[in-house]
Design a protein around this ligand. Structure first.
Ligand SMILES: NC(=O)c1ccc[n+]([C@@H]2O[C@H](COP(=O)([O-])OP(=O)(O)OC[C@H]3O[C@@H](n4cnc5c(N)ncnc54)[C@H](OP(=O)(O)O)[C@@H]3O)[C@@H](O)[C@H]2O)c1
Length: 247
């Protein structure tokens, strides 16, 4: 079988650079282009402190998609641009795997409609970590005994959206699974933090805290590679890593 051809947008960013490294290292994936608005022409491998990869940065996502006609666009740019990139990719017959969070509701509606119209699969997942997936599963078990629950999300001060997409997804999981609604979500932004989520359950005379810590953004790589492989067989928009694993 031929390799999956992948464009990574946001490839110089904190998260996109880890996605690009994971794509580069996956034996069945080929990094055909890497995009960021700055540093055009520079080799991505060298920029990321590795050997030269022979992949020069390009500055325009739509142009890179048109030039390379990849199978998958992986997008870790920002909320303002990622929805637009995904819509354009679908119109070009390219399946988007979107990691950027906080995408405006209008773009989300357009994305859902275009996936339905084209029958081309897409993935939009606010947290590609397998640990967060397990946290959600353990929450469902804890809720059977502790329906009173709140969520605290703590992130580095450069994170723009709040609450985090992951916290919102955790809240949805909790409320669907029977938590006393509405489940409060608290946000902390401080230098020194990476990405941390706590789910606190309270009952008579005891509390239970489930906590997940992202220590490095390398944790997102395996989930991104899995999504790139799985999206090829999808005909819907999948927004949940668990559903993607089971797909
Ligand atoms: N799904 C997950 O598991 C997960 C995990 C962590 C973060 N995230 C999300 O991923 C997104 C990126 O976060 P980050 O912390 O990695 O941000 P970041 O470090 O600021 O990186 C953003 C990257 O996107 C590029 N970029 C921005 N706008 C662009 C555009 N219009 N066209 C092309 N490239 C563009 C930036 O380079 P230039 O400035 O040079 O363009 C940079 O390479 C956020 O939405 C964040 O919430 C998701």
């Amino acid at each position: 079988m031929s390799n999956l051809r992948v464009v990574v947008a946001g490839a110089t960013g904190r998260t996109g650079s880890e996605a690009a490294k994971a794509v580069w290292q996956a034996p069945d994936l080929e990094l055909v282009a890497a995009v960021a608005r700055r540093r055009a022409g520079e080799d991505l491998g060298l920029l990321l402190g590795e050997a030269a990869w022979g992949v020069p940065l390009e500055s325009d996502v739509a142009a890179a998609v048109r030039r390379t006609r990849p199978d998958v666009l992986v997008d870790f740019t920002l909320a303002e641009s990622a929805g637009r990139h995904a819509l354009d990719a679908l119109r070009q017959g390219v399946r988007p795997v979107v990691g950027a969070t906080g995408i405006p509701a209008g773009d989300m509606d357009a994305l859902r409609a275009l996936v339905t119209a084209t029958g081309l699969g897409a993935v939009l997942i606010p947290n590609f970590s397998f640990g967060i997936l397990l946290l959600a599963r353990f929450c469902r078990e804890a809720l059977r005994f502790f329906p009173d629950v709140e969520v605290v999300e703590l992130h580095h001060s450069a994170k723009r959206d709040r609450p985090s997409g992951t916290a919102l997804q955790l809240r949805a999981v909790l409320e669907e699974a029977g938590a006393h609604a509405p489940v409060a979500v608290h946000s902390v932004r401080l230098p020194g933090l990476v990405a941390h989520h706590e789910v606190l359950f309270g009952g008579p005379g005891e509390t239970l805290t489930l906590r997940h810590d992202t220590l490095s953004r390398a944790s997102f790589g395996p989930g991104v590679v899995l999504a790139a492989r799985k999206v090829m067989a999808l005909d819907t928009l999948v927004e949940d890593l668990g559903a993607l694993i089971d797909a």
